[in-house]
Write a protein that binds this ligand. Sequence first.
Ligand SMILES: [Zn+2]
Length: 304
Amino acid sequence: MSDIHTVDLLFQDTPGAIASSVFDTGDGLAVVDTGPTTTLPALEEGLRGFGASLGDIRHVLLTHIHFDHAGAAGTLLERVPRAQVYVHERGAAHLSRPEKLVASATQIYGDQMNRLWGELRPIDPERMTVLAGDEGLKLGQSDIHVLYTPGHAVHHVSYHVGDDLFVGDVGGIRLADKQTPRTPTPPPDINLEDWRASIQKLRVLDARTLHLAHFGHYANVPEHWDGLLTTMNADAERVREALAQGRSFEWISAQFTEALLSELAAEDPDLPGRYSAACPPWMSVQGLMRYWQRKAKSQGEGTP
Ligand SMILES: [Zn+2]
């Protein structure tokens, strides 16, 4: 597709950390991931940049329901009565009754919830198109193929539209061409086996351009996916080894953060600050710790 706008949501006044992608379907605009409620003014400003407004949005395509991707969806729908939201079936109930989602995010972010994300308004189920994954949508003139791509979240989907592939967080965090993509691995449902299978599903698709929420668009080439797999394995291994040594969360988090940020700084001195805004490393540590602990537990249960 010719005109896909990457709108920089300037999250925490940081350029290039969280993006929404916007395109015209011929039946109003489609927005892939709204970003959080706190950056709704930046989305509006971005739309104004190409002569559009919130009222032009008809289709809100969510890759998943984490606050940095879907937080503003409910507020947006209240302001735009004709807009409809698209979300995977395992995420839908949390959007119409967000209490559990808010409680689980509060465990991670504590008293920073409001400053970072703002309010999460509930969405009327009648305004949701619930996706199973691997179906087709016809929105205006756009044929959209939905792919079920778990790993980062159990309810994560990607959207394939012509030459473009909107991969949410499953395509990794990549803030510049010269940065090797990395996996954002927050709690609660990181699953690396599922993630690798999702990468396999995505990388063989006939699409020229990848659109990442964190951040922007890149050529869909094997090097992107290979780099992502390499850093995924290295980051996960780092946490696994430290757990095997009996290290605390604080210890692992400090080591992990230092290693990650220095690798990023070697690629570009501008990267560590932006990366920390897009995905705080301690959060990735929490998710990976949980992943390995759950795995150890299930293997322990499997042993006679
Ligand atoms: Zn994200």
